[in-house]
Design a protein around this ligand. Structure first.
Ligand code: PLP
Length: 320
């Protein structure tokens, strides 16, 4: 891709996905507002198609394929939400999808990807490199590789969630966004700078995988080993070059939270707001709870990024 995406790209993504993606609800809780002494709005991407915001970027990227690319198909590597997003978007656009997943990926995730019509190719995550396999498949079969975050059209698509949020609630004082490889945070930054330029923007990642925070402080992308955390959507080893450029330009800071703090948020979302949120989807809210003293009296936005967790796991994590 030539230059870095801009808010114009987010707007054109919004038009492309409009008739396929849900405009997800913005929820509030009086009880949470009273507890925190702030006015908090939650953009609930757990209600997005396939259960996470990733459908936005995937559909935007695939909708731009040429006739030839469509015929040959798409390949993606992911064990999680990006796989399901690509498989679903490809099915809607009638594009064959090949998804590279570890052979020990959760059965439910493999089944969901196959259920959306994706052809699953497995690999050994301890001895093989998924990016290499993805690239090899792309070269051999003429497939187009769509990476999970470091891609112009993926970033622009992810930015449409915040665009809808500002459209609905107006200016915010601060917005808190889950951070893995940075597609969601970078896209959100494009919308925030255009629509609410005074809004402070924070990325939030698991404490065990604070590569984003270290990257921002060092001014260069830091690589880490796959972090041990329940936030499986944020187990990335490094930011992307495109996402990092936007993040270092537009984001105020990157914060971290612990797995225990994520579980507390899952419980609050479930018991107070009656919604199921996966651990990664709780990152933003966990940071808001931690900073509550500084946020009193302010208008705060939180992106709730996804809700894909099987019920047995939800129950065991949230059991007291
Ligand atoms: C992928 C994902 C993230 C992280 O998104 P990036 O664009 O990689 O930063 C956060 N939450 C959920 C639910 C995800 O699936």
């Amino acid at each position: 891709m030539p230059q870095s995406p801009t808010y114009d790209d987010v707007q054109s993504a919004a038009a492309r996905i409009a008739s396929h993606a849900h405009r997800t609800p913005v929820l509030r809780s009086r009880r949470i507002n009273e507890d925190l002494g702030a006015d908090v709005v939650f953009k609930c991407e757990n209600f997005q198609r396939m259960g996470a915001f990733k459908f936005r970027g995937a559909f935007n990227a695939l909708s731009r394929f040429t006739a030839e690319q469509r015929r040959a198909g798409v390949v993606a590597y992911s064990s999680g939400n990006h796989a399901q997003a690509i498989a679903l978007a490809a099915r809607l656009l009638d594009i064959p999808a090949t998804i590279v997943m570890p052979h020990d990926a959760p059965v439910a995730k493999v089944a969901a990807t196959k259920g959306y019509g994706g052809q699953v190719v497995t690999y050994d995550r301890y001895t093989e490199d998924r990016e290499e396999i993805g690239r090899a498949l792309a070269a051999e079969r003429g497939l187009t590789l769509i990476p999970p975050y470091d891609h112009h059209h993926v970033i622009a698509g992810q930015g449409t969630a915040a665009r809808e949020l500002f459209d609905e609630v107006g200016d915010l004082d601060a917005l808190f966004v889950p951070l893995g490889g940075g597609g969601l945070l970078a896209g959100t930054a494009l919308s925030a700078k255009a629509l609410s330029p005074g809004c402070e923007l924070y990325g939030v990642e698991p404490e065990a995988g604070n590569d984003g925070q270290r990257s921002l402080r060092q001014g260069a992308i830091v690589h880490i080993d796959t972090p041990k955390t329940i936030a499986d959507g944020a187990q990335t080893q490094h930011l992307g070059t495109h996402t990092f450029d936007i993040i270092r330009r537009d984001v105020n800071d990157i914060l971290t939270v612990t797995d225990t703090e994520l579980v507390e948020c899952m419980r609050i979302f479930g018991s107070v707001m009656k919604i199921v949120v996966e651990p990664t989807g709780c990152l933003g809210f966990a940071a808001v709870r931690k900073l509550a003293a500084q946020l009193r009296g302010r208008r705060i936005g939180v992106i709730v990024s996804g809700g894909n967790i099987d019920l047995d796991r939800f129950a065991s994590l949230t059991a007291s």
